[in-house]
Design a protein around this ligand. Sequence first.
Ligand code: SF4
Length: 195
Amino acid sequence: MKYDLVEVFESLQGEGRNTGRPCVFVRFAGCNLACPWCDTDVATRFSLSLDGLLAEIGQYRSKSVILTGGEPTLVKEMPELVAALKARGYWIGVETNGTNDADWLQFADYVACSPKVEYPDRIALGKADEVRIVASSEAAAAFCREVRGKIAATDYYVSPCERDGSIDFATAKSVMQQLDGWSLSVQLHKLLGFR
Ligand code: SF4
């Protein structure tokens, strides 16, 4: 059993309801989408066994872990990792694009789902704790309404899109003005310059 990874690091959650929460971020390699504005490197940089990954996570102070990617629901060995983290008392958050309704998601403490405007037909997840949609175009407003009917969540957020280091607040504002019951989630870590 091995896990293909991009990076493991400790930082503050910069988005959504858990903004400001210290977490260990585990970024898994690989994604099943190819968003045109994606700035996440999803190529494998290293691989670890289950014990190796637990040791890597355990070197940090935080007892909160965020499983992210790439797309973490593609990781076949995830149930074993989730069970091991739970047994060690970790709070587990997941960031997914919503294209897979993996069984192990029910054991996570918090699921943030971020379906993509560019892939409107790839939504498989029916519920999450929060939904975040990147306002990558004006089409995001109609997409947000559609997603609201498909994914039950407590909180719904619109996020400005970042392309080549520039954050597009104008489109996010326009999209927000067309919606009710959605909040703005900025990527605080980018604005404040922390990882
Ligand atoms: S789902 Fe996320 S990681 Fe995958 S291509 Fe889109 S933005 Fe990048």
